[in-house]
Design a protein around this ligand. Structure first.
Ligand code: HEC
Length: 272
């Protein structure tokens, strides 16, 4: 009995300690997107704007190695034409080679290239960012969740884009009692999953990116557009998956009806 009590106390102590060591991140802000729900689809205009935010802001630090320029013209995506994709790929510099002399060289991107990484390797990226590593953004909306709890995630979604949105819009002045602890080159952001001190300087400011369609460009608007774009990069075939899923359900419903009618017909001849 005594042993059990000691064990329980020790366990409670551990839980308390663990809680004190790491402040839990805040739940993400509950923004809603056009692609949510079983029939939700991407808003092409929003994806194009999100691409522009990535290109003009995030690409300076974050790679997106699983996405090729040509994907931007795929069905179910941002809907750029092939000509547009050619032009926008050429605005990136891609490392190629080796040439005849064994040297690597830079050339303008072509649609078959993937988005180039802004830094040659992880140590170089860390040195440029005060020790923090800007993660690849291709799959970030799948790799992070804005909230936890089974029911929460069942009804509100996993919260990947909401997490990205909340990090981008969640910079605040640190609370008084934490001000002394602020490490050099870190910013207070209670939504960041690792701890509240993020190594990314606030990347967006109002009006930073001008959209071709004249859409509003406050920090919140740009954060929403780029987080939607990053859902598409993480699941470029989402619309196709939903469509197929619906077709399969219709097929199964019709099949069930037919089987039921066949069963009625066969058993109708059985005498009681
Ligand atoms: C000046 C460089 C820089 C720019 C520009 C930048 N980031 Fe970051 N970002 C970083 C660094 C460095 C980290 C890692 C922070 C850390 O680990 O403390 C980071 C972290 C993140 C995270 C959190 C990842 C995680 O592990 O949970 C997200 C999401 C993110 N960035 C998205 C973006 C988006 C979207 C943009 C464009 C709007 C952007 N970043 C622009 C440097 C940058």
């Amino acid at each position: 009995m005594k042993l059990l009590k000691t064990l329980c106390l020790a366990a409670a102590g551990l839980v308390l300690l663990a809680g004190a060591a790491k402040a839990e991140p805040k739940d993400a802000k509950g923004v809603s997107y056009s692609f949510e729900g079983p029939f939700g689809t991407f808003d092409k205009g929003q994806l194009q704007r999100g691409y522009k935010v990535y290109k003009e802001v995030c690409a300076a630090c974050h790679a997106m190695k699983f996405v090729a320029f040509r994907n931007l013209a795929d069905p179910g995506g941002p809907g750029f034409t092939e000509k547009q994709v050619k032009a926008l790929a050429a605005t990136f510099k891609v490392l190629d080679g080796p040439d005849g002399n064994g040297d690597m060289f830079e050339r303008p991107g072509v649609p078959a290239d993937r988005f180039p990484a802004p830094f040659p390797n992880e140590p170089a990226a860390r040195v440029a960012n005060g020790g923090a590593y800007p993660p690849d953004l291709s799959l970030i909306t799948k790799a992070r969740a804005g909230w936890t709890g089974t029911f929460n995630q069942l009804f509100n979604g996993i919260g990947g884009p909401q997490y990205v949105y909340s990090v981008l819009t969640g910079y605040e002045d640190p609370p008084e009692e934490l001000k002394k602890e602020q490490p050099e080159g870190r910013y207070y952001n209670p939504y960041f999953t690792s701890n509240q001190w993020i190594g990314m300087p606030p990347p967006l400011s109002d009006g930073q990116v001008t959209f071709d369609d004249g859409a509003p460009n406050t920090v919140a608007d740009m954060a929403k557009d780029v987080s939607a774009f990053l859902v598409w990069t993480a699941e470029p075939k989402m619309e196709e998956r939903k469509r197929l899923g619906f077709e399969v359900l219709v097929y199964l419903a019709v099949l069930s009806l037919l089987l039921y009618l066949v069963k009625k017909k066969i058993w109708a001849r059985v005498e009681h």
